[in-house]
Design a protein around this ligand. Structure first.
Ligand code: SAM
Length: 305
């Protein structure tokens, strides 16, 4: 057979058939290459679109100008929902509240002046959990507000749950964040911590009726000025030292309404060991009106008797 193919006559006789096969193979290869080129083109365009969308999302949600990013992975949100549901007993409500809280954080940081302090989990945890714990009234006291954006967001979340909010804020608003015993680095926003800034942020959600008392929560005059009501919600997020938190908790005992919710921020956060130490000591002898409900992210939740 090989000798037959080498034969000139045979070659000549087979030439038309061979060139026909050749042409067909070339045509097929060309068609496949063309199709491959088209498919690669579609893939390349898809990847470019995805990169562009991701870049734009990054501009909206990354940590530039606020420190913490707002791009939580699914497992982080799932864990947050589980922790909230452990407190309120309803996973569907926990998820709805966590997602709405997340949207509120993104919207307020996009439009507000300054930032909300803390990780996405902790901020959304506080915003989502408080309304689900059904506070007895809408009087909210925030000790330590920084830019007022968290307080603003919380009034919106509480209002969504059907409770008309009425906000009081206590903070020295001293131009920078004060923390006794620690030198705070320059804020990533570059925004001063001032009353006009807080007012601008409250205007986004809380309206003009919010009360701001400038000063330290340990100042007797400040305390007297805002101890005129029983608060349904108190957020303790001012002085993070052991002594500072202990003093705030003692005051909170006297001004929280029966059934009121107290949130102690940064409980269990390794950067602020005094916070957990102060609460654990405060609850240790059993004389407190506050009962520990549990923890969501790095905040402790308590209810007053
Ligand atoms: C961690 S920031 C508050 C963050 C804010 N709650 C948020 O979630 O975005 C702490 C704030 O408490 C203020 N502060 C420090 N000591 C305080 C005190 N004794 N009483 C009231 N505010 C205090 C700080 O100046 C700062 O503005």
């Amino acid at each position: 057979m090989p000798s037959l193919l080498r034969n000139r006559l045979t070659k000549r006789a087979l030439r038309p058939a061979i060139s026909l096969v050749d042409r067909r193979i070339r045509l097929r290869v060309e068609r496949s290459a063309e199709q491959l080129r088209r498919e690669l083109d579609v893939l390349r365009r898809g990847t470019e679109d995805m990169r562009r969308s991701q870049y734009a999302l990054g501009l909206l949600l990354d940590g530039t100008g606020r420190g913490a990013h707002r791009i939580p992975p699914a497992r982080e949100m799932d864990e947050l929902v589980r922790q909230i549901a452990d407190l309120n007993g309803n996973e569907t409500h926990a998820r709805r509240s966590a997602v709405v809280a997340y949207r509120t954080v993104v919207a307020l940081e996009a439009l507000g002046v300054g930032r909300l302090a803390g990780s996405t989990s902790n901020v959304c945890g506080k915003l989502a959990t408080v309304p689900l714990l059904s506070p007895p009234n809408g009087s909210i006291l925030e000790i330590g507000t920084l830019y007022g954006l968290f307080a603003s967001a919380l009034t919106r979340m509480v209002h969504r749950a059907g409770i008309e909010p009425d906000l009081t804020i206590v903070d020295p608003l001293a131009g920078i964040q004060l923390q006794p015993g620690t030198a705070q680095p320059a804020d990533p926003t570059g925004t001063p911590v001032r009353e006009d800034v807080v007012r601008a942020n409250l205007a986004l959600c809380a309206g003009g009726s919010a009360r701001i008392r400038q000063g330290l929560s340990s100042d007797p005059e400040v305390r007297e000025a805002v101890s005129d009501r029983a608060y349904g919600v108190i957020i303790v997020d001012g002085d993070h030292s052991l002594e500072g938190v202990a003093a705030d908790l003692d005051w909170v005992e006297r001004i929280v309404a029966p059934g009121g919710i107290v949130v102690l921020d940064d409980y269990g956060d390794a950067s602020w060991p005094g916070v957990q130490e102060a609460l654990d000591k405060h609850l240790a002898d059993g004389s407190s009106r506050l009962r520990m409900l549990g923890r969501v992210s790095t905040s402790a939740y308590l209810r007053a008797e």
